[in-house]
Design a protein around this ligand. Structure first.
Ligand code: DX5
Ligand code: ZN
Length: 214
């Protein structure tokens, strides 16, 4: 299992400390949520903050763009240190072109889908991508509740990936906790994003360890 702590839930006054926690822990990736106030009703941080985090963070930078027109900024996120770049299906009328752009910049390419978007919409792109971020909350905010029907979507996506011969990883993002992580993994998830469950716990490093022992 790949565990990707979401920096959105960290203390923004001490982001370097959050990076060190992840560096020194058993977590695998950094998950970085970029919000533009247009695609989602919230604004988080952008490439300048990611560039600073990259000076401290030593693990894979998994950048989740919740923005319109991501093609305008893909090269800047690459320069800022993104190792993987995920764009939203719902934000990209020319999704195939976005994926080619991300790959040509040398990053892993991901597609995120909102809770209302059916898995079938990934049929024709699944072979071209490295990751599907299956949103298990409506994007825009941390600390929301996991939407239960996401479990069935994980199973459907797993089936699509197996049948198509794709090597895409399944990432689950939103409302992941120590309580529901096992069920999510059993359904077929490869990557768990967790923000609130890690950074708002008493001992984030210990919580990470507990996730990794599941
Ligand atoms: C939500 C973001 C998530 C968020 C998850 O729009 O994409 O990555 O940080 O936070 P938790 O784990 O608190 O639900
Ligand atoms: Zn995210």
């Amino acid at each position: 299992m790949i565990l990707a702590p979401s920096i959105l839930a960290a203390d923004f006054l001490h982001l370097a400390d959050a990076c060190k926690i992840v560096n020194e822990s058993e977590a695998d990736w950094f998950h970085l949520d970029v919000m533009d106030g247009r695609f989602v009703p919230n604004i988080s941080y952008g490439m300048n903050v990611i560039k600073q985090l990259k000076k401290v963070g030593t693990k894979f930078f998994d950048v989740h763009l919740m923005i319109l027109e991501p093609e305008k900024y893909a090269d800047e996120f690459k320069d800022a240190g993104a190792d993987g770049l995920t764009v939203h299906l719902e934000a990209c009328p020319n999704l195939h072109r976005n994926i080619q752009q991300i790959k040509s910049l040398g990053m892993k390419a991901g597609v995120a889908i909102n809770p209302h978007s059916p898995i079938i919409l990934l049929n024709d792109i699944i072979a071209d991508i490295d990751l599907v971020n299956l949103m298990s909350v409506n994007p825009g905010f941390g600390a929301q509740s996991f939407i239960p029907y996401s479990i069935q979507k994980i199973k459907d996506l797993k089936k699509l990936i197996t049948e198509s011969g794709s090597s895409a990883k399944i990432e689950i993002d939103g409302g992941v906790s120590l309580q529901n992580a096992k069920e999510i993994l059993n359904a077929g998830a490869d990557v768990l994003v967790a923000g609130n469950a890690i950074f708002n716990s008493v001992d984030p490093k210990e919580t990470i360890k507990k996730f990794k022992m599941l």
